[in-house]
Design a protein around this ligand. Sequence first.
Ligand code: XUL
Ligand code: CO
Length: 437
Amino acid sequence: MKEFFPEVEKIKYEGKDSKNPLAFRYYNPDEVVMGKTLAEHLRFAVCYWHTFKGSGADPFGGPTMIRNYNNSSDPMQVAEDTIEAAFEFFTKLGVNFWCFHDRDIAPEADSLAETNARLDKIVAKAKKLQNDTGIKLLWGTTNAFSHRRFLAGAGTNPSPEVFAYAASQVKKAMEITYELGGQGYVFWGGREGYDTLLNTDMGRELDHLAMLLKMAVEHKKNIGFKGQLLIEPKPKEPTKHQYDFDAGNCIAFLQKYGLVEHFKMNIEANHATLAGHDFQHELALCTANGVLGSVDANRGDMLLGWDTDQFPTNIYETTLAMYTILKDGGFTTGGLNFDAKLRRQSIDPVDLFYAHVGSMDSFARGLKIAAKMLEDGALENEIKERYAGWDGGFGQKIEKGNATFEDMEKYILENGEPTLRSGRQELLENILNDYIC
Ligand code: XUL
Ligand code: CO
């Protein structure tokens, strides 16, 4: 088989004193932390769209990245070479999972039937590559936002014909995800939103979106797919207002339509910041509601208002993210998918390796720091004490739902002004820094 990244050998763990930029210094996949190996905790996945289909193009200029797997004039040859290059990359990097959109792996043809036949061809090849390498599919999804037919959305399109096209794509994408043993299936609402309310019936569009998801739940049952269905919230871009704005909004939507038991969230760091939250907030809101499924690991630029999808290298953020994930019991079917892209100027194939190696090391460091903080109870003891009033007597009576307004009033009349305690934020931030540095 042709080698697409001949300049890179299998990336190894060399320890933190290594000066080799193509080695892990913190990610030792076999190291055990809190009863599981780092590989089992972190469940890293590489995304197909940015890593193998990204070209460095932006609204101001065309591709900057020239690759040796996308230079054929035959689009199916490109698809075949790219899937081989992808599995070579996953193997050399040492990740156990990958993620894709249907249209990433096989180009659209002139009809849905032909497009699906092309997909089947590449899926058969992907299945063989998965078997040969042991690399698994974390999740699959459909791209129902790039083609011009989806200019006004997919499930929320004003036309039932476009809705039907989108539903047909979801159907097939779920089937191939099942065929490839995917652990999940993601719905990111590509253009499910609006640009102006002057032409939008919002209530009707939301009902239609729920209808699409109901069909997906039904289809999952019909084909026997056991993977987790996931929604990936995002507040804006490409539309001015995306309906799946943030985790809170998605949870309320799912509850309204009786779908909440069927879905979990796939939280993306940069989507959280676009929504005016931080990454940890979105993760914590999900864990508080029992719906954290998986993570799109990346980073935004706080000075830019769009989805820059940078590789995650901020140890402060990876620590707090892993802290929240560990506190929730860790991933089951989910993982850390690098939904991140190289900067336009990072034009060499080896840059893809630097980017992933650095991000994997950043999460490995975050995980180890978070585990140590949890083991020591560094922050948890303070939280426990802060809420201790609820653990017995009067607090328990309220928590159990056995108290009334009259009881509250009586308590205050008898006991007087509540005792206050410091929130200790500065102290806790200092403790966090001590663990990180
Ligand atoms: C877009 C985005 C998507 C989803 C999958 O912002 O994050 O790539 O992760 O459709
Ligand atoms: Co994403």
